[in-house]
Design a protein around this ligand. Structure first.
Ligand SMILES: [Fe+2]
Ligand SMILES: [Fe+2]
Length: 311
């Protein structure tokens, strides 16, 4: 095998393990690791037999009737601006709205913002997810503007999701509570790194995976909504709440796709969605262990200006 040039991938920037100076972690050479191109260039897996991919193609009419109605018309969708200070106001009034936003977030702890940034960067890696959908056999968008109902769904789903990261990003920027440069670097690392969820370009596995991730994002956004309300920011609570509602609707769509298929897909979905319960049990066990520890571990997060968070 020919040895190609090595590619350097930096460790994600959101954790500063060294406790060094502000914004130093992304540049520290000891945080870099090297991977060979062969690890990156593994041949794509296409585990879907042609007959199965054909089933998806043959279900285009079914998708048009059962999946596309779960999209919301653009004119009925909320937009990020609906929840943000209005920049068309006179400067002083706009500044007042920003001031109020900052006052509302003042009581929310740093830990809350670490989670909210986690949610935001997850949403902002949307190019990775659309790329994943468009690698999928039987449902990919063959031209970029294909009229196939699967492709129409993929594009419209992406467009709906795009509002999530936009809204959270702008809110976080205005709040002044997080280090935007470090957050933005994280997003750049994340998209640059890509993601292989192991779904092998298989539309069954892809739909199962996506229904699970929609549920996971629903749970996370719903939790940040509740905590924002308890922390005294009803606007942020609404923001996280409307995003959570989108995720729930998306989960319904992907679940409907899996349910519309055969028992194999359904069994796989039940297994994956049952993981949430198992992960919760693991978390409870980890929490109990952490309680028994005499010393809690403090970790510095670059997203909150290298302040420490106790884990
Ligand atoms: Fe989302
Ligand atoms: Fe979603």
């Amino acid at each position: 095998m020919l040895a190609g040039p090595q590619v350097t991938i930096n460790r994600p920037a959101w954790i500063s393990s060294t406790g060094g100076g502000h914004r130093s972690s992304a540049r520290s050479p000891h945080l870099q690791r090297r991977v060979t191109p062969s690890a990156i260039a593994a041949p794509p897996k296409h585990s879907t037999p042609p007959a199965k991919a054909e089933i998806f193609r043959s279900l285009e009419g079914w998708a048009a009737d059962n999946v596309l109605p779960l999209l919301k018309p653009v004119e009925k969708c909320w937009q990020p601006q609906d929840f943000l200070p209005d920049p068309t106001l006179p400067a002083a009034e706009f500044a007042d709205e920003v001031r109020l936003l900052r006052e509302r977030t003042a009581e929310l702890p740093d830990e809350y913002f670490v989670v909210l940034v986690g949610d935001m960067v997850t949403e902002d890696a949307l190019p990775t997810y659309e790329t994943m959908l468009n690698r999928t056999d039987g449902i990919r968008d063959e031209t970029g503007s294909s009229p196939s109902p699967w492709a129409v769904w993929n594009r419209a789903w992406t467009a709906e999701e795009n509002r999530h990261g936009d809204l959270l990003r702008t809110f976080l920027y205005l709040s002044g509570r997080v280090d935007m440069v470090m957050v933005e670097r994280t997003v750049q690392y994340l998209i640059g790194a890509g993601m292989d969820p192991g779904t092998e370009n298989d539309p069954y596995l892809g739909s199962v995976y996506t229904s699970f991730q929609e549920r996971a994002t629903f749970v996370s956004h719903a939790n940040t909504a509740r905590l924002a309300k308890e922390g005294g920011d009803p606007v942020l609570a609404r923001i996280c709440g409307v995003i959570a509602a989108d995720e729930k609707r998306h989960e319904l769509a992907y679940t409907r796709i899996v349910d519309g298929l055969d028992g194999e897909g359904r069994r796989a979905q039940e297994f994956v969605c049952g993981l949430a319960q198992r992960i919760r049990r693991l978390q409870e066990r980890a929490d109990e262990k952490a309680k028994k520890k005499t010393e809690a571990e403090a970790v510095k997060f670059s997203w909150i200006f290298d302040r420490e968070m106790v884990l």
